[in-house]
Structures are given as C-alpha cells and as structure tokens.
Write a new protein. Structure first.
Length: 120
C-alpha cells in the first residue's frame, strides 16, 4: 500500500498496481490496475481516475471510471462524472455531476471517461 502524505503535492500521472491512500494533493491522472484508491478527508484531488475501487472522503474534481465501485463518504465534496457498476453516496456527501451505472462483464474495466478538448 502506498500513502501520499498531507504535505505532498503531485502534478502529473500516478500509476499503481496496489492500494493508494491520498492525504495530500494530486493534479493530473491516476491509473490503477489493481487495488483501491482512498481519498482521505484532508486530501484535494483534481484528476481523472481509472481503477477498481474508489472511496472518497475529501475534495475531488474529475472523472472516475471504476471497475467495481465508487463510494462517496459523508465528508466527500465531489464534482465530475462517476462511471461504475456500483455507486454509493453516503448521507452528507456533496456531489455535482453525472453518474453512469455500467454493468460490465466480470473482470472487465468500465470505459474511460471521454476527454473533452478545450479551445484556448
């Protein structure tokens, strides 16, 4: 398991094959082949995430494609698109965005959110 501490800020792409717990800040992309992503209560994440399981306690902005489940805990503040076979919003979680429930074949990952090009 990997822990990103509260004083750590990462800008760019994070790739992992094990569980990640974030207490700091990440801006970019997070790709996980196995394991779960946990965004801690003090964490701030601006990223697109592709993985198996995602649990959010803190602040998150971006799109999530999870093969198994996405769970927003009571302290979560989330803006973006959630794509997963199972999406749970706990009482108290704040969410602004879209939810797509996709029943993927067993072992198959859901499709990644489509990136939208922005004119400069």
């Amino acid at each position: 398991m990997t822990t990103i501490g509260a004083s750590l800020t990462i800008t760019g792409e994070v790739t992992s094959r094990e569980d990640i717990t974030i207490h700091g800040r990440i801006k970019g992309q997070i790709s996980m082949e196995d394991g779960g992503l946990l965004v801690g209560p003090s964490a701030s994440v601006e990223a697109d995430v592709h993985g198996a399981r995602v649990t959010i306690h803190g602040t998150f902005s971006g799109d999530v494609a999870a093969a198994e489940r996405v769970e927003l805990m009571p302290t979560a503040i989330v803006k973006g698109t959630l794509i997963s076979p199972v999406v749970l919003l706990q009482d108290g979680a704040l969410f602004n965005g879209a939810i797509e429930v996709e029943r993927a074949a067993k072992g198959a990952a859901p499709r990644r959110p489509v990136a939208v090009a922005k004119a400069g």
